[in-house]
Design a protein around this ligand. Structure first.
Ligand code: CA
Length: 218
């Protein structure tokens, strides 16, 4: 995922760069409007973080250039007035972030804009197993795995809660939608089938008197 950071205050640009990189994004920083316009013309990005007040060309001018490309934009601005926010959003920005901001807010907004724009799919990789909820695809070593609906629902619950102990009754109620009767073997049977189909004998760990945990050390 490639992100362009357009921000003339270098400490802020570098802070954003550092944090987005550690979240796994590929970042490019640019500190003035003219250079930014040049990069936008010759490269493709998945997201652009755009300061408003810039030397050379301001954020609104750059936004006019970006809009036809369909690349999502988050405005980063010191101007926290309602008018600026409205102007930015009207001009076509997908979101805005007012300085000073918390890094967790930045990351959350980046993720949310990427997801909304369809550039970031919910996707899980556990060893050689890949789960893509949007298309309900499950593959192991690149080969599709045939799962029943309940097995798939159970798998999704495990991958979304990796490394967390899940109670048998909670699993039952979430996946089967009815109250757990106390001694149903349904959950255990489905877990056994998942283990077999995915080769997860050692990953889907039984926790005595509790339930199960999907172990994913990566
Ligand atoms: Ca600025």
């Amino acid at each position: 995922m490639k992100i362009l950071i357009v921000e003339d205050e270098k400490p802020i640009a570098n802070l954003i760069d550092l944090n987005l990189r550690s979240s796994g994004y590929q970042c490019t920083c640019v500190y003035d409007g003219i250079e930014a316009a040049d990069l936008i013309e010759h490269n493709t990005y998945d997201l652009i973080l755009l300061d408003i007040m810039l030397p050379g060309a301001d954020g609104y001018e750059l936004l006019d250039q970006i809009r036809p490309t369909g690349t999502p934009v988050i405005f980063i601005t010191a101007k926290d007035s309602l008018l600026d926010r409205v102007k930015g959003l009207r001009a076509g920005a997908d979101d805005y972030l007012a300085k000073p901001f918390e890094i967790i807010e930045l990351i959350a907004r980046v993720e949310s804009v990427l997801r909304r724009s369809g550039r970031m799919e919910e996707r899980y990789e556990i060893g050689d197993v890949v789960v893509v909820p949007k298309s309900m695809q499950v593959t192991k070593g690149g080969v599709p795995v045939d799962l029943t609906h309940k097995e798939y629902e159970l798998l999704l619950m495990f991958v979304r809660n990796r490394n967390i102990a899940l109670f048998r009754d909670a699993i039952y109620e979430r996946v089967w939608g009815t109250e757990y009767d106390g001694d149903s073997r349904t959950v255990d049977l489905h877990v056994q089938r998942l283990r077999k189909k995915l080769g997860w004998q050692s990953r889907l760990v039984a926790i005595y008197k509790v339930g199960y945990r999907l172990e994913d050390p990566s």
